[in-house]
Design a protein around this ligand. Structure first.
Ligand code: 4FV
Length: 220
């Protein structure tokens, strides 16, 4: 799988080279490339944003640099082209599994007030939001998507870690404990020290259902 991120701020992704992107690329099963939209601006000063027609605060990203960047990284439209935006469907674990089916994903990061609507009309397949709030750019949402998708690609994270995590079976994850067996006057639940894996699994499932009922009944 290949993920191409289109952004005006490639340096924001540098830390990920050490962690998620680094691990993902070491696995050899996924490639994440960060592309600077500004490199595709065809004007003398590499300008990528301008004042909005009709007035209003802030700046809007111009269509040409973005369009040229998309056509450069995905000339045959073989990729799933996603624009991170508050207008998109809210990103959920189920969407992660959908995205894992694609060989190539292009993540477009807006900035400032957003992008010229013609970019979406001409080039974008779908918009995804990471939540109902407004950020300064689509870079953090793109990192969220990269993280969620990359960790499910073989070899990035051990399969065992992926089975019982929150949302993997539609429930919140059960409480986790590690050494010491007593801390702050609180003991680890006896069942977890019993070695009886059937009972442990039953306890964990019960905890997940109870937690989900209490905190996220909407998931049931
Ligand atoms: C956002 C979100 C988000 C809106 C204007 C970038 C910003 C700026 N993207 N989920 N919530 N984007 O707030 O995905 O261009």
């Amino acid at each position: 799988m290949k993920i191409t991120v289109l952004t005006l701020f490639p340096e924001m992704f540098a830390p990920l080279k050490e962690s998620i992107i680094g691990r993902a690329e070491k696995s050899g099963k996924i490639q994440i490339e960060i592309v600077n939209i500004r490199d595709y601006a065809d004007n003398k000063h590499f300008k990528c944003d301008d004042y909005p027609f009709g007035g209003g605060a802030g700046m809007v990203m111009m269509p040409q640099p973005i369009g040229s960047a998309i056509l450069a990284v995905d000339p045959g439209h073989g990729a799933r082209r996603i624009f991170l935006s508050p207008r998109g469907a809210v990103f959920k674990q189920s969407k992660v599994f959908e995205l894992l089916e694609y060989e190539h994903i292009v993540l477009l990061c807006g900035h400032y007030e957003g992008v010229d609507e013609r970019v979406i009309d001409l080039y974008i397949d779908e918009e995804i939001s990471i939540g109902d709030y407004v950020l300064t750019g689509g870079e953090l949402p793109a990192m969220v998507v990269c993280d969620c998708v990359a960790r499910y690609v073989d070899g990035v994270i051990s399969d065992g870690s992926l089975v019982d995590e929150s949302f993997s079976d539609g429930l919140l994850e059960y409480p986790q404990y590690t050494r010491p067996a007593e801390y702050g006057g609180l003991k680890v639940p006896e069942v977890l020290l019993s070695g009886d894996h059937k009972k442990i699994d039953e306890w964990r499932k019960k905890q997940s259902v109870a937690l989900t009922k209490k905190r996220r009944p909407d998931l049931l």
